[in-house]
Write a protein that binds this ligand. Sequence first.
Ligand code: ZN
Length: 496
Amino acid sequence: MKKAYEQLQTYLERAQAFQTARVLFEWDNETLAPKAAGPNTSKVVGTLSSEYFSVITDPEVKRLAEECKEEALTETEKAIVRELTEEIEKLERVPAKEYREFSELTSESARIWAEARKNKDFESFAPTLRKLVEYTKKFASYRAGEGQKLYDVLLDDYEKGFDMKALDQFFGTLKDQLVPFLKRLTESGGTVDDSFLAGDYSEKDQEAVGRFFAEYVGFDFDRGVMAVSAHPFTTNLHNKDVRITTSYNDHVDDSLFSVIHESGHAIYEMGIPDELTQTLVGTGASMGMHESQSRFFENIIGRNRAFWVPVYEKLKSRFPGQLGEVSLDRFVKAINKVEPSLIRTQADELTYSLHVLIRYEIEKMLIEEDLDVEELPRIWADKYEEYLGVRPRDVAEGVLQDIHWSQGSFGYFPSYALGSAFGAQLYAYMRKKMDFEGLLESGRIGEIREFLRENIHKYGKLKTSRQFLKDVTGEDFNPRYYVDYLTDKYGKLYGL
Ligand code: ZN
């Protein structure tokens, strides 16, 4: 009956195998591989990528995908064919020669960016960045639908259903509500002592604590591993092999919350059912949906006072010298300290989305308004001053801090802020359905996780983030929940 679909499986399994191998090499490169391996591994990774490309763009695959549409497919099978068709179109529209040139550029550009950042020298990166923007715009123009804006094409790659119209509204709300709220908060003069979070926290103890909390929130060490890398990230091979990394410094909260964050990503992938894993729909729904889960675990759960009630003593007993005299309330205040800063990845929960707002406004100018890259350092600094009240002293703590643009990723940033907002909307709904804080206080985090698995994780990529929000909360995306969550939480913590 399903002749074409079954034939297609052979191709898809091959493509999946190339993809899995590539991802595993990349993970290895960031964690265990010796330094000298880089260039040789790059060649292998390049070959695996082009093998994937050639399987997906094989004319036979396209023919079978077309033929499938006539067959009696299940909903899941239909979704897989839909994903495949989109992937084929995305790859096909860009001429192979230009795609290769762009790949060569991006294999060099991250190194040029890293060097420029180290030397605080924007000029040495500017010509590369200009080329990256040009390619990005050109590729978007090949893929744009009738009358579709180029930045909307890019945004759609990361978060379906969110174009500039939707994001202008979202970020507009954040700007109108959070910028004045932050101003009020910082001018209220309340200082929070978090000095005890820094100090002589040994790597060995931090690792033990990280493992404990990963497992406590639901990371399954039979199906996952934890390693060390320069920047924390999660890699997913399939639902029985999900890997997280962290890094250690003398701030114990950095690694602690990055482990909880990455565990959130991992729990999402571990919650993908067997019948979906290793297929084109066997992963998280989108970038934003993924961040909604990781930031949910990190902030809504992990920085919640109720979360610490049953486990704070456990942390204290590991670090009696540093935390022995620190009460639960002082600790909770410290891990929620608000301080406008220059670096996005170190930002607190309240100011985080303002860092993203700045990047959104700048990307829009780059892609839609032909802003020249030479202008970037000044515009970046002006916006930081306007929204956060701080001004970078140099480009390393300014426009050169993020790796994304150097990898040719434009349109990625908004999903970080959207994810936080999705999480807040889910949280508002869950609090109506369950005694959320009560569950945390009695250590029954499994029931919260189970809700997320049952309503989100188990569907993989079968729905978009907007559909999830509608199906779970009964309401379309509404940024109000995020603003209310933040102003309520931080208003209380700072007595505003
Ligand atoms: Zn994340």
